[in-house]
Design a protein around this ligand. Sequence first.
Ligand SMILES: Cc1cc2nc3c(=O)[nH]c(=O)nc-3n(C[C@H](O)[C@H](O)[C@H](O)COP(=O)(O)O)c2cc1C
Length: 337
Amino acid sequence: MSASRKQQHVELAVNSDVRFHTKTSGFETIDLPYNALPEIDLADVDTSTRFLGKPLSIPVMLTGMTGGYPDAERINAGLAEACAEIGVAMGLGSMRSALDPNTDTASFTVVRPFASTIPVIANIGAVQLVEEHRAGRLHAALDRLISLVDACAVAIHLNPLQELLQPEGEPRFSGVLNAIEAAVITSPLPVIVKEVGAGISGVVAQRLADVGVTTIDVAGAGGTSWAGVEILRREAADKGTAFWDVGIPTAECVRQCRGIVPTVIASGGIASGTDAAKALALGASMVGVARPALQAFMAEGTDGLCTLLRQWHTDLRRWMFLTGSPTLHRFVDLLHR
Ligand SMILES: Cc1cc2nc3c(=O)[nH]c(=O)nc-3n(C[C@H](O)[C@H](O)[C@H](O)COP(=O)(O)O)c2cc1C
Protein backbone atom coordinates (compact mmCIF):
# COMPACT_ATOMS: atom_id res chain seq x y z
CA MET A 1 0.00 0.00 0.00
CA SER A 2 1.47 3.35 -0.98
CA ALA A 3 2.62 5.76 1.71
CA SER A 4 0.35 8.58 0.60
CA ARG A 5 -2.65 6.26 0.52
CA LYS A 6 -2.00 5.17 4.10
CA GLN A 7 -1.69 8.83 5.09
CA GLN A 8 -4.98 9.68 3.36
CA HIS A 9 -6.65 6.81 5.18
CA VAL A 10 -5.57 8.19 8.54
CA GLU A 11 -6.62 11.73 7.61
CA LEU A 12 -10.05 10.59 6.38
CA ALA A 13 -10.60 8.33 9.39
CA VAL A 14 -9.75 11.15 11.78
CA ASN A 15 -11.36 14.14 10.07
CA SER A 16 -14.32 12.81 8.03
CA ASP A 17 -17.50 11.08 9.03
CA VAL A 18 -16.79 7.62 7.67
CA ARG A 19 -19.17 5.74 9.94
CA PHE A 20 -21.87 3.54 8.47
CA HIS A 21 -24.87 5.60 7.37
CA THR A 22 -27.73 3.46 8.63
CA LYS A 23 -26.28 0.11 9.71
CA THR A 24 -25.24 -0.31 13.35
CA SER A 25 -23.02 -2.82 15.15
CA GLY A 26 -26.11 -4.36 16.78
CA PHE A 27 -24.89 -3.98 20.35
CA GLU A 28 -27.53 -1.33 21.11
CA THR A 29 -30.21 -4.03 21.01
CA ILE A 30 -28.44 -6.19 23.60
CA ASP A 31 -29.26 -5.87 27.29
CA LEU A 32 -26.85 -7.33 29.81
CA PRO A 33 -28.69 -9.30 32.53
CA TYR A 34 -28.72 -7.14 35.66
CA ASN A 35 -28.23 -9.18 38.82
CA ALA A 36 -29.61 -7.70 42.04
CA LEU A 37 -27.79 -10.37 44.05
CA PRO A 38 -24.30 -10.40 42.51
CA GLU A 39 -22.75 -11.80 45.74
CA ILE A 40 -19.38 -10.19 44.97
CA ASP A 41 -17.66 -6.90 45.89
CA LEU A 42 -16.57 -4.51 43.17
CA ALA A 43 -13.05 -4.97 44.55
CA ASP A 44 -13.27 -8.70 43.73
CA VAL A 45 -13.72 -8.10 40.00
CA ASP A 46 -10.69 -9.07 37.93
CA THR A 47 -10.71 -7.97 34.27
CA SER A 48 -7.23 -9.31 33.50
CA THR A 49 -6.49 -11.98 30.93
CA ARG A 50 -3.70 -13.46 28.83
CA PHE A 51 -3.48 -13.10 25.07
CA LEU A 52 -0.78 -14.55 22.83
CA GLY A 53 1.21 -15.53 25.91
CA LYS A 54 1.25 -12.09 27.53
CA PRO A 55 -0.79 -10.56 30.35
CA LEU A 56 -3.37 -7.84 29.63
CA SER A 57 -5.30 -5.74 32.13
CA ILE A 58 -8.42 -5.90 29.95
CA PRO A 59 -9.22 -8.17 26.96
CA VAL A 60 -8.79 -5.34 24.46
CA MET A 61 -6.55 -4.69 21.48
CA LEU A 62 -6.02 -1.83 19.09
CA THR A 63 -6.56 -3.43 15.71
CA GLY A 64 -4.18 -2.75 12.83
CA MET A 65 -4.15 0.79 11.54
CA THR A 66 -1.05 2.34 10.23
CA GLY A 67 2.61 2.37 9.27
CA GLY A 68 4.73 2.90 6.18
CA TYR A 69 4.95 6.70 5.93
CA PRO A 70 6.89 9.26 7.98
CA ASP A 71 4.14 10.54 10.33
CA ALA A 72 3.07 6.96 11.08
CA GLU A 73 6.22 6.62 13.20
CA ARG A 74 4.91 9.28 15.60
CA ILE A 75 1.41 7.76 15.59
CA ASN A 76 2.53 4.18 16.17
CA ALA A 77 4.94 5.25 18.94
CA GLY A 78 2.12 7.09 20.71
CA LEU A 79 -0.38 4.26 20.28
CA ALA A 80 2.20 1.76 21.56
CA GLU A 81 2.98 3.90 24.61
CA ALA A 82 -0.72 4.05 25.55
CA CYS A 83 -1.26 0.32 24.93
CA ALA A 84 1.69 -0.57 27.17
CA GLU A 85 0.62 1.91 29.87
CA ILE A 86 -2.87 0.40 30.09
CA GLY A 87 -1.96 -3.21 29.25
CA VAL A 88 -3.80 -3.86 26.00
CA ALA A 89 -2.52 -5.52 22.81
CA MET A 90 -1.55 -3.61 19.68
CA GLY A 91 -1.98 -4.52 16.03
CA LEU A 92 0.08 -2.79 13.36
CA GLY A 93 -1.28 -1.54 10.04
CA SER A 94 -0.52 -3.33 6.79
CA MET A 95 3.21 -4.06 6.63
CA ARG A 96 3.20 -4.53 2.87
CA SER A 97 5.70 -1.69 2.39
CA ALA A 98 8.07 -3.36 4.87
CA LEU A 99 8.40 -6.41 2.59
CA ASP A 100 10.64 -4.30 0.38
CA PRO A 101 14.08 -4.38 2.04
CA ASN A 102 14.82 -0.92 0.63
CA THR A 103 11.99 0.90 2.39
CA ASP A 104 12.14 2.72 5.71
CA THR A 105 10.62 0.49 8.38
CA ALA A 106 10.93 2.92 11.31
CA SER A 107 7.16 3.38 11.60
CA PHE A 108 6.90 -0.33 12.45
CA THR A 109 10.11 -0.93 14.39
CA VAL A 110 9.37 2.07 16.62
CA VAL A 111 6.66 0.10 18.45
CA ARG A 112 8.57 -2.56 20.42
CA PRO A 113 10.82 -0.21 22.40
CA PHE A 114 7.66 1.52 23.67
CA ALA A 115 5.76 -1.70 24.28
CA SER A 116 8.01 -4.53 25.37
CA THR A 117 5.41 -6.22 27.62
CA ILE A 118 2.33 -6.41 25.38
CA PRO A 119 1.41 -8.56 22.38
CA VAL A 120 2.24 -6.82 19.10
CA ILE A 121 0.61 -8.20 15.97
CA ALA A 122 2.08 -7.96 12.46
CA ASN A 123 -0.32 -7.38 9.56
CA ILE A 124 -0.52 -8.25 5.87
CA GLY A 125 -3.34 -8.11 3.33
CA ALA A 126 -4.83 -11.22 1.73
CA VAL A 127 -4.01 -10.02 -1.80
CA GLN A 128 -0.35 -9.52 -0.83
CA LEU A 129 -0.28 -12.88 0.92
CA VAL A 130 -1.38 -14.62 -2.28
CA GLU A 131 1.33 -12.80 -4.26
CA GLU A 132 4.01 -13.85 -1.79
CA HIS A 133 2.69 -17.42 -1.78
CA ARG A 134 2.62 -17.69 -5.59
CA ALA A 135 6.14 -16.26 -5.80
CA GLY A 136 7.40 -18.89 -3.32
CA ARG A 137 8.32 -16.19 -0.82
CA LEU A 138 5.71 -16.83 1.87
CA HIS A 139 8.07 -18.18 4.50
CA ALA A 140 10.61 -15.39 4.01
CA ALA A 141 7.89 -12.72 4.00
CA LEU A 142 6.30 -13.91 7.24
CA ASP A 143 9.71 -14.24 8.85
CA ARG A 144 10.59 -10.68 7.91
CA LEU A 145 7.35 -9.18 9.21
CA ILE A 146 7.54 -11.10 12.48
CA SER A 147 11.17 -10.35 13.20
CA LEU A 148 10.93 -6.64 12.31
CA VAL A 149 8.49 -6.00 15.16
CA ASP A 150 9.11 -9.05 17.38
CA ALA A 151 5.46 -9.96 16.77
CA CYS A 152 3.39 -12.40 18.81
CA ALA A 153 1.02 -13.19 15.92
CA VAL A 154 0.39 -12.30 12.28
CA ALA A 155 -2.93 -10.83 11.20
CA ILE A 156 -4.09 -11.39 7.63
CA HIS A 157 -6.75 -8.93 6.56
CA LEU A 158 -9.60 -9.81 4.21
CA ASN A 159 -10.90 -6.67 2.50
CA PRO A 160 -12.69 -7.53 -0.77
CA LEU A 161 -15.18 -4.68 -0.36
CA GLN A 162 -12.40 -2.16 0.24
CA GLU A 163 -10.30 -3.41 -2.69
CA LEU A 164 -13.39 -3.29 -4.91
CA LEU A 165 -14.09 0.37 -4.19
CA GLN A 166 -10.52 1.62 -3.74
CA PRO A 167 -9.57 3.76 -6.77
CA GLU A 168 -6.29 1.83 -7.16
CA GLY A 169 -7.67 -1.35 -5.53
CA GLU A 170 -6.77 -4.94 -6.40
CA PRO A 171 -9.98 -6.99 -6.17
CA ARG A 172 -8.21 -10.29 -6.86
CA PHE A 173 -9.26 -12.75 -4.21
CA SER A 174 -8.79 -16.14 -5.87
CA GLY A 175 -6.35 -18.35 -4.02
CA VAL A 176 -6.74 -16.55 -0.68
CA LEU A 177 -7.92 -19.53 1.37
CA ASN A 178 -5.10 -21.62 -0.03
CA ALA A 179 -2.54 -18.96 0.87
CA ILE A 180 -4.00 -18.65 4.38
CA GLU A 181 -3.68 -22.42 4.81
CA ALA A 182 -0.04 -22.19 3.72
CA ALA A 183 0.52 -19.30 6.15
CA VAL A 184 -0.96 -21.30 9.03
CA ILE A 185 1.42 -24.17 8.23
CA THR A 186 4.44 -21.92 7.64
CA SER A 187 4.07 -19.33 10.38
CA PRO A 188 5.90 -20.04 13.61
CA LEU A 189 3.28 -17.83 15.35
CA PRO A 190 -0.53 -17.87 15.51
CA VAL A 191 -2.33 -16.50 12.45
CA ILE A 192 -5.26 -14.17 13.06
CA VAL A 193 -7.65 -13.64 10.15
CA LYS A 194 -9.49 -10.34 10.25
CA GLU A 195 -11.85 -8.25 8.16
CA VAL A 196 -11.64 -4.46 8.11
CA GLY A 197 -15.22 -3.51 8.94
CA ALA A 198 -17.52 -5.55 6.70
CA GLY A 199 -17.56 -8.67 8.88
CA ILE A 200 -16.79 -12.39 8.84
CA SER A 201 -19.82 -14.71 8.72
CA GLY A 202 -20.13 -18.10 10.38
CA VAL A 203 -19.80 -19.79 6.98
CA VAL A 204 -16.53 -18.00 6.23
CA ALA A 205 -15.31 -18.68 9.79
CA GLN A 206 -15.93 -22.41 9.23
CA ARG A 207 -13.93 -22.36 5.97
CA LEU A 208 -11.09 -20.64 7.83
CA ALA A 209 -11.32 -23.11 10.72
CA ASP A 210 -11.16 -25.97 8.20
CA VAL A 211 -7.70 -24.80 7.06
CA GLY A 212 -6.42 -24.47 10.63
CA VAL A 213 -7.21 -20.86 11.61
CA THR A 214 -7.92 -20.65 15.35
CA THR A 215 -8.35 -16.89 15.87
CA ILE A 216 -10.75 -14.67 13.94
CA ASP A 217 -11.26 -10.94 14.37
CA VAL A 218 -14.73 -10.47 12.91
CA ALA A 219 -14.23 -6.69 12.26
CA GLY A 220 -17.89 -6.30 11.46
CA ALA A 221 -20.13 -3.51 10.23
CA GLY A 222 -21.33 -0.63 12.37
CA GLY A 223 -18.14 1.36 12.98
CA THR A 224 -15.74 2.55 10.31
CA SER A 225 -17.04 1.99 6.77
CA TRP A 226 -14.03 1.22 4.60
CA ALA A 227 -16.33 1.38 1.58
CA GLY A 228 -17.07 4.91 2.82
CA VAL A 229 -13.39 5.82 3.12
CA GLU A 230 -12.66 4.64 -0.42
CA ILE A 231 -15.81 6.27 -1.85
CA LEU A 232 -14.56 9.59 -0.45
CA ARG A 233 -11.25 8.99 -2.27
CA ARG A 234 -12.95 8.39 -5.64
CA GLU A 235 -13.42 10.91 -8.47
CA ALA A 236 -16.53 13.08 -8.14
CA ALA A 237 -18.25 11.25 -11.02
CA ASP A 238 -17.89 7.92 -9.26
CA LYS A 239 -18.83 8.69 -5.70
CA GLY A 240 -21.99 6.56 -5.67
CA THR A 241 -22.78 5.46 -2.14
CA ALA A 242 -24.61 2.23 -3.01
CA PHE A 243 -21.99 0.10 -1.25
CA TRP A 244 -21.31 2.39 1.74
CA ASP A 245 -23.28 0.25 4.19
CA VAL A 246 -22.35 -3.25 2.94
CA GLY A 247 -21.40 -5.69 5.69
CA ILE A 248 -22.55 -7.92 8.54
CA PRO A 249 -23.17 -6.14 11.87
CA THR A 250 -20.51 -6.99 14.44
CA ALA A 251 -22.88 -8.48 17.02
CA GLU A 252 -24.31 -10.78 14.35
CA CYS A 253 -20.77 -11.84 13.32
CA VAL A 254 -19.97 -12.77 16.93
CA ARG A 255 -23.20 -14.77 17.22
CA GLN A 256 -22.35 -16.66 14.00
CA CYS A 257 -18.62 -17.22 14.69
CA ARG A 258 -18.66 -18.17 18.38
CA GLY A 259 -17.92 -21.84 18.88
CA ILE A 260 -16.38 -22.22 15.40
CA VAL A 261 -12.86 -21.11 16.36
CA PRO A 262 -11.41 -21.07 19.90
CA THR A 263 -10.75 -17.30 19.88
CA VAL A 264 -13.20 -14.78 18.48
CA ILE A 265 -12.16 -11.13 18.60
CA ALA A 266 -15.09 -8.72 18.34
CA SER A 267 -14.33 -5.47 16.55
CA GLY A 268 -15.99 -3.01 14.23
CA GLY A 269 -17.98 -0.25 15.88
CA ILE A 270 -17.02 -1.06 19.46
CA ALA A 271 -17.43 2.45 20.79
CA SER A 272 -17.52 2.12 24.58
CA GLY A 273 -16.73 -0.12 27.52
CA THR A 274 -20.38 -1.14 27.48
CA ASP A 275 -20.15 -2.28 23.83
CA ALA A 276 -17.00 -4.20 24.79
CA ALA A 277 -18.80 -5.85 27.72
CA LYS A 278 -21.72 -6.85 25.48
CA ALA A 279 -19.35 -8.35 22.89
CA LEU A 280 -17.67 -10.45 25.57
CA ALA A 281 -20.99 -11.55 27.05
CA LEU A 282 -22.02 -12.56 23.54
CA GLY A 283 -19.06 -14.94 23.29
CA ALA A 284 -16.01 -12.98 22.09
CA SER A 285 -12.87 -13.50 24.16
CA MET A 286 -11.19 -10.28 23.05
CA VAL A 287 -12.46 -6.94 21.80
CA GLY A 288 -10.80 -4.70 19.19
CA VAL A 289 -10.97 -0.99 18.43
CA ALA A 290 -9.50 1.12 15.64
CA ARG A 291 -10.94 4.52 14.64
CA PRO A 292 -12.17 5.67 18.09
CA ALA A 293 -8.69 4.95 19.50
CA LEU A 294 -6.97 6.82 16.67
CA GLN A 295 -9.30 9.80 17.09
CA ALA A 296 -8.62 9.91 20.84
CA PHE A 297 -4.87 9.82 20.18
CA MET A 298 -4.97 12.45 17.43
CA ALA A 299 -7.09 14.77 19.61
CA GLU A 300 -5.24 14.44 22.90
CA GLY A 301 -2.18 12.30 22.36
CA THR A 302 -1.17 9.30 24.44
CA ASP A 303 -2.97 10.70 27.49
CA GLY A 304 -6.22 10.97 25.50
CA LEU A 305 -6.00 7.35 24.43
CA CYS A 306 -5.13 6.24 27.97
CA THR A 307 -8.19 8.11 29.29
CA LEU A 308 -10.43 6.34 26.76
CA LEU A 309 -9.03 2.90 27.61
CA ARG A 310 -9.27 3.56 31.37
CA GLN A 311 -12.94 4.42 30.93
CA TRP A 312 -13.46 1.12 29.08
CA HIS A 313 -11.70 -0.68 31.92
CA THR A 314 -13.92 1.03 34.52
CA ASP A 315 -17.12 0.28 32.60
CA LEU A 316 -16.19 -3.36 31.97
CA ARG A 317 -15.50 -3.80 35.71
CA ARG A 318 -18.88 -2.22 36.50
CA TRP A 319 -20.70 -4.58 34.14
CA MET A 320 -18.90 -7.59 35.57
CA PHE A 321 -19.93 -6.49 39.06
CA LEU A 322 -23.54 -5.86 38.03
CA THR A 323 -23.80 -9.29 36.46
CA GLY A 324 -22.12 -11.08 39.38
CA SER A 325 -19.05 -12.05 37.33
CA PRO A 326 -15.79 -11.87 39.30
CA THR A 327 -13.64 -13.08 36.38
CA LEU A 328 -13.74 -13.01 32.60
CA HIS A 329 -14.08 -16.77 32.70
CA ARG A 330 -17.51 -16.21 34.27
CA PHE A 331 -18.41 -13.20 32.11
CA VAL A 332 -17.51 -14.35 28.56
CA ASP A 333 -20.50 -16.05 26.94
CA LEU A 334 -22.78 -14.90 29.79
CA LEU A 335 -25.68 -14.37 27.39
CA HIS A 336 -25.64 -18.02 26.40
CA ARG A 337 -25.75 -19.54 29.89
C1 LIG B 1 -6.85 4.68 9.77
C2 LIG B 1 -7.13 3.22 9.70
C3 LIG B 1 -6.27 2.40 8.96
C4 LIG B 1 -6.49 1.02 8.90
N1 LIG B 1 -5.59 0.22 8.24
C5 LIG B 1 -5.69 -1.12 8.36
C6 LIG B 1 -4.65 -1.97 7.90
O1 LIG B 1 -3.64 -1.52 7.37
N2 LIG B 1 -4.80 -3.33 8.06
C7 LIG B 1 -5.93 -3.85 8.66
O2 LIG B 1 -6.01 -5.07 8.84
N3 LIG B 1 -6.94 -3.06 9.08
C8 LIG B 1 -6.85 -1.73 8.96
N4 LIG B 1 -7.84 -0.92 9.46
C9 LIG B 1 -9.12 -1.53 9.88
C10 LIG B 1 -9.25 -1.68 11.38
O3 LIG B 1 -8.28 -2.58 11.91
C11 LIG B 1 -10.68 -2.16 11.78
O4 LIG B 1 -10.87 -3.49 11.35
C12 LIG B 1 -11.82 -1.32 11.21
O5 LIG B 1 -11.48 0.06 11.16
C13 LIG B 1 -13.10 -1.46 12.03
O6 LIG B 1 -12.91 -1.09 13.38
P1 LIG B 1 -13.47 0.32 13.98
O7 LIG B 1 -14.93 0.38 13.67
O8 LIG B 1 -13.14 0.26 15.44
O9 LIG B 1 -12.70 1.41 13.27
C14 LIG B 1 -7.63 0.46 9.55
C15 LIG B 1 -8.49 1.29 10.29
C16 LIG B 1 -8.24 2.65 10.38
C17 LIG B 1 -9.18 3.52 11.19
